[in-house]
Design a protein around this ligand. Structure first.
Ligand SMILES: NC(=O)c1ccc[n+]([C@@H]2O[C@H](COP(=O)([O-])OP(=O)(O)OC[C@H]3O[C@@H](n4cnc5c(N)ncnc54)[C@H](OP(=O)(O)O)[C@@H]3O)[C@@H](O)[C@H]2O)c1
Length: 393
């Protein structure tokens, strides 16, 4: 999932290139015995792996790299050279970087062998098809970074990996936000299929994270909570008490992906936390323990009022209505069985807060969020005032 703001930004940048693959009743990761590969390199006996990351310099990538290097593996990245890492900068000296463009220049990937490819930058099913086809005889495994967005619209109550995928964008959707959700889900589903069709089921790993949060997040979707909780005072908590929430620390995803590769655990997995189901109220109470400040939580539990205030989500909370009814009801059991583990929420909050106020970010970047008149952070006092009046009537 993961999305609301970032997907929009993505589209606005004009990256929505023609993309959907023809599908004709495809099931996920149909294996093709002809493509099951004698040529792919066998894992090295040393256990040290040579990993190619398509992407690697933004949010998830640097955490994957940090963990992979710690494990003694070597890493190559493939990017356009535009996005510079903001964390672990010194580690990138140990990384081989290849330059090209997934849209039209894969020359740098024409030579070389790797134990595994991680496809983070797959934002077009055709891109994934092309890179997987190019690498399938020179790489052992292909890990596609997908999203729980493949389940959109989220109508289920317990969404497992074998749920029906979103394969085609429906016609006639007017709402722009919803269109984007459909586009993203279709793109991710078809990319998964493209990866599996080239590498075969027994060499493909698909990981579907929900909202990833933590240091280096560029989306500004979650930073509200670390920044706001640290200030204390009267804190607006949107949603009904039992509204479920799901999120995952980016580092838990990154490290687990490397472990899946190390252990050659192929298959498709949701990457969703927390371990046990959590509602919005317990999320905020737990998260608040990261800071030693006095605060009182004001529960604003009337959806009509929240809509009037233009608060439909405050990640990890999303109003669980319509197409989003089950967005925080994705099952994580298969992932946990395959080794997915979760760090403490307070560590996530604290580390994200520390990163936000570190020199990884400029003041201008922080102000863009903290001084944004549309963000709940700045509107909170006014909304709470309106809420108190609303409750009296
Ligand atoms: N954030 C979430 O909550 C969330 C949730 C679920 C799934 N996901 C998925 O997680 C993945 C990870 O994203 P991330 O940004 O954290 O990954 P990342 O690997 O840290 O960064 C994205 C990389 O893609 C490269 N890139 C972009 N366009 C490219 C192009 N045309 N050709 C070559 N390289 C290109 C960028 O470098 P250059 O700009 O230099 O090319 C950058 O290195 C995405 O697929 C996303 O859909 C995210």
């Amino acid at each position: 999932m993961k999305k609301i703001n970032s997907r929009r930004a993505f589209i606005e940048k004009g990256l929505k290139l023609g993309l959907v693959l023809p599908l004709a009743g495809t099931r996920l990761l149909a294996s093709n015995p002809i493509l099951n590969f004698q040529k792919a390199p066998k894992p090295r006996p040393s256990g040290k792996l040579n990993i190619l990351i398509l992407g690697g310099t933004s949010f998830l990538g640097p955490h994957q790299i940090a963990y992979a290097l710690k494990q003694g593996h070597s890493v190559t990245t493939f990017t356009r050279g535009k996005t510079k890492p903001t964390i672990y900068r010194d580690l990138f000296e140990k990384v081989t970087s290849l330059t090209g463009d997934r849209a039209n220049d894969l020359t740098a990937l024409e030579n070389g062998t790797w134990d595994a490819v991680i496809d983070n930058s797959g934002h077009n099913a055709e891109w994934t098809k092309r890179s997987a086809a190019l690498l399938k005889d020179r790489a052992g495994l292909y890990l596609y970074t997908s999203s729980t967005g493949v389940y959109y619209p989220y109508l289920g109550k317990n969404i497992k990996e074998d749920a029906q995928l979103l394969l085609v964008e429906p016609e006639g959707i007017e709402d722009e936000e919803m269109k984007l959700e459909y586009w993203y889900g279709v793109m991710k589903s078809n990319s998964e299929i493209a990866a599996g069709a080239e590498f075969g089921e027994d060499r493909t790993i698909v990981v579907r994270p929900t909202y990833m949060v933590g240091p280096a997040d560029k989306s500004d979707r979650f930073i509200h909570w670390p920044v706001r909780l640290a200030k204390g005072g009267e804190i607006l908590v949107p949603g009904k008490k039992n509204d479920p929430v799901q999120y995952i620390d980016v580092r838990d995803v990154a490290e687990w992906m490397i472990r899946l590769i190390e252990e050659r655990k192929t298959g498709t997995f949701n990457a969703v936390g927390p371990k046990r189901s959590q509602n919005m109220y317990s999320f905020v109470k737990e998260a608040g323990k990261a800071f030693d400040v006095n605060s009182s939580l004001i529960y604003v539990d009337d959806y009509k009022f929240l809509k009037e205030q233009h608060i439909n989500n405050l990640i990890p909370w999303i109003m669980p209505e319509g197409n989003n009814t089950g967005s925080a009801r994705v099952n994580n059991k298969k992932g946990i069985k395959a080794g997915l583990s979760f760090r403490n929420l307070q560590d996530t909050i604290k580390d994200t807060y520390d990163w936000w106020y570190s020199d990884a970010l400029t003041d201008e970047r922080r102000d863009k969020f903290e001084q944004n008149p549309e963000a709940v952070l700045l509107r909170e006092k006014a909304v709470l005032g309106a809420w108190k009046r609303y409750e009296k009537n």
